[in-house]
Ligand binder design. Sequence first.
Ligand code: SF4
Ligand code: SF4
Length: 706
Amino acid sequence: MTFLEQVPLYPLAPLLFAAATALFLLQMARHLRIFAAAQPVVVTDQPESRLRSMFVYSIAQVRMFRDLGPGLMHAAIFWGFVVLIIGTADRVTFGLVHATLAWPFDGWLWRLLQPVQNLLGVAVLGAVGYALFRRMVVRPRRLTLSRDGLTILLLIAGVVIFELLAEAFRIGRFGDPDAAWAVVANPVGMALASVLPAWVMEAGYVLSFWGSIAIVCFFLVYLPRSKHLHIVTAIFNALFRKVQPRGALPAMDLEAESARFGVKTIDDLGWKDLLDGFTCTECGRCQDACPAWATGKPLNPKTMIMGLREMTVDAEKGMPLIPFIKPASAPGRAEGDGLATPIVDAAIPYDAVWDCVTCGACVEACPVLIEHVDKIVGLRRNLVLEESRFPTELTGAMAAMERYGNPWGQPASARLDWTKGLPFEVPTAAQVAEGGPDAVSELECLYWVGCAAAFDDRNKRVARAFVTCLDAAGVSYAVLGQEESCTGDPARRMGNEYVFQMLATGNIETLAGYKPKTIVTACPHCFNTLGNEYGQLGGHYEVIHHSAFLARLVEGGRLRSADPGDPAGVATRTLTYHDSCYLARYNGVIAEPRAVLGAVPGVELREMDKNGRGGFCCGAGGGRMWMEETRGTRINAERTRQALDTGAETIATACPFCLVMLKDGLADAGERAGSVQAQDVAEILAASLAARPERQLPVLRPGGGR
Ligand code: SF4
Ligand code: SF4
């Protein structure tokens, strides 16, 4: 008789396990039936990238380790649990796992597993204790203390304790063919056997055997309804992640006659969005990173994702567990009834939909690769295009983009006003094209000025500084001038896809006439939209941000800064650099603007705590530039405070929207700001140029408002 057969009613264990597994699978299948009613999502592209994501984010869990303590805790629980559950698997398969693992390497695989299980078991119990301590005593703001979370932690602890006890009693009572190894592999069991009578060891084995089976079966039945379903779904969420550039919002077919515009209910979401909901661990990292939440707005990306999951589960309530068998307890409720509930005001308050600056900090922070921004913009699309329900301040900006091709509502004839008074000509593409059909494509670059630099007084100075650098470096370039329109970025992020596509198709047509080799722009929003989104409408370009272009010119020796002792040298000595979300987080342009600043003699860079991909938004993205910020602290005030905390004399940036927000933040900071000023990297570099003094940037009047 084997040690398994010593257990009364042992054959029932596999039956119980099979029943629990069947219940688990039926509940999972019900989730999948809801997924089937959602929108299709293509997940077959870029298989290598998907597999890499699966290993990096799901198996190695690299994002968890950004927060080391909780990261180690999570890894110990996850991996320890996986290894320990092998013992239960052995019991419910009549010892098949043991037989399989005992076969290769002369049985050493199984032997080694025993001490590893014991060590990991202790690690899991320590990690569960730490997790309970954090939730119940430390109580970080980002974590929610829920009954579900506590239940799962106690279940995990229960599985591990019974598993460890079962092994200890088994070895102690029935021994091991290799007695010497048993002492090494399970010293606790051997020690117990030396002091306890055999019947106690046997009873302990039986109780812990059935205890582990009972908890694992309960766990299986409970898991599909728990937030800990992410144990199963996280791997698929990483595999089916968005592999398109993160800054590209989902394409939208405005011609599709039957389509609903945007996202109203959960069946307008893609099935991957629903999988996101089931994968959320409620860790609150997105909430911690969100500038809207941090400054007291109602928007909370974590509760939005949790709300979507609740709506999905609610939609399942009328669905039978076994397909086609309607439960008597749900009279009158048809399958998928819950799918008709609007998401706005159910999973996310209406105001919160408009609080989002689309900064992507939530997406960057999420350890399981959940996409929040696409969902929020999807909701905005529906509110704008179907319900005409949006903040009144947006009406003017949307109408101006539609009528004048820019949110400032300025005439196209004013697009070159910023060039007035420059000591050199700024050529337009139309002028260059007079030299031949390929004349523009032979230029080094087309400078995409953008609406902010064309119409905002403060940003006109940036455009002048940038062309001064181009001129000093002898770069051949042109601008579109009156032919340029807004890229449509603000319209798209406000949810007005119609205006975005109108502007984008017009620009694509214009660019098709010139075929520029490279487009350079100082605006990260134009950079992102031209480079990552115009491809959805057939416009494919090489687009470079001006900071990267300037860094190349400096590196190639085409731009030289003044000697530090030269009176033309830069006056700034200490500065901090504010990363634009659309440059750093969405497009990874982080080193280049710093390289430009590093080329300016005498500059000392002081980083803010939140920088690079982890930067804090200025508050202007997602159309918020044109909205009032009436709730909580202003986001630009918070970012300005962070910049002033560095003690730097200048806040450098590389985005026209950030520049305006930081300039306003400094003005609002009053005395604390002192003489600190906000400047674009191009201005700082241009002010330090040594070459061609006759072409130095002329002194300009201080700029006006937004
Ligand atoms: S994109 Fe930014 S503002 Fe919007 S929910 Fe995410 S973190 Fe918050
Ligand atoms: S969405 Fe991601 S970051 Fe936010 S709570 Fe869920 S798992 Fe954590």
